[in-house]
Design a protein around this ligand. Sequence first.
Ligand code: NAD
Length: 271
Amino acid sequence: MSQRLLPIVIVGARGRMGTTLIRNVLESDDLALVGAVDRTGAPGVGQDAGILVGLPPVDVTVGDRINARPGTVVVDFSLPESTERTVERCVEGGLPLVLGTTGLAPATRSRIEEASTEIPIVYAANYSVGVTLLTRLSALAARALGTDWDAEIVELHHRFKRDAPSGTALRIARAVAEATGRGEDAIVTDRTGRSTPREPGEIGVAALRGGASVGEHTLMLLHPDERIELTHRAYDRSIFARGALRAARWVSGKAPGLYDMADVLGLSELA
Ligand code: NAD
């Protein structure tokens, strides 16, 4: 029975997402936690991963480097500074990677693309099934309505979130741009100091920060006479953990490539 469990390593182990992921892995009946990794010197390193998340000990000590056998899937929700190190380690070990860290620099994104010629990588700015669907619906709606309708995105996240706007808001903006034949330069994240009206075709993105919101995203499609709003609200970060672990099951044994959550859900082939 235990031989059929899929081995998982969690990177960013003591973070908000890391602890949720560890709990979800330990509570699943088809996954086995074989490693938990955090920053060198971080509190929690050296502790049992079960105890770290408030459960009984599981005989997995939180370490500061990925050390895993082939066949193990690495799930990394940590900080952009650690992403390249995780990617290198996965390439060295031939380990599939599910990456959730947002706010990545362009150079890190290029490295991920390069690495995906050697190992399978799922990278999604948002692992929620609902947001994946919202992104697809946004593209469909924007395409159907055309650029005559103004597209504006507003997002709200908890006071501790570091990057703004959220990776998800940018992903929705890109999906709208792509679906309507616009480039990334249509996306506007700051209108401070402008003294001109909204440019036709621009896609505005506004970020709100505060409280404990797990994440809310709304795409507004605005016409002078009517308006459509598509909203997703996350109430618990376990939705991201469940989605990421669904991606981990899916990516195990896949060919090298860069995949996203739409691939995991089989939505990629839909227009
Ligand atoms: P957090 O600050 O609570 O946790 C980050 C963890 O990473 C901390 O434990 C930190 O010590 C650890 N860390 C830092 N440097 C490290 C290193 N070199 N090696 C290993 N671990 C290291 O953050 P969080 O709220 O858990 O979010 C983590 C990341 O996941 C953020 O980028 C966030 O935006 C992203 N996120 C993505 C999704 C998604 O669906 N893609 C959902 C939620 C959060």
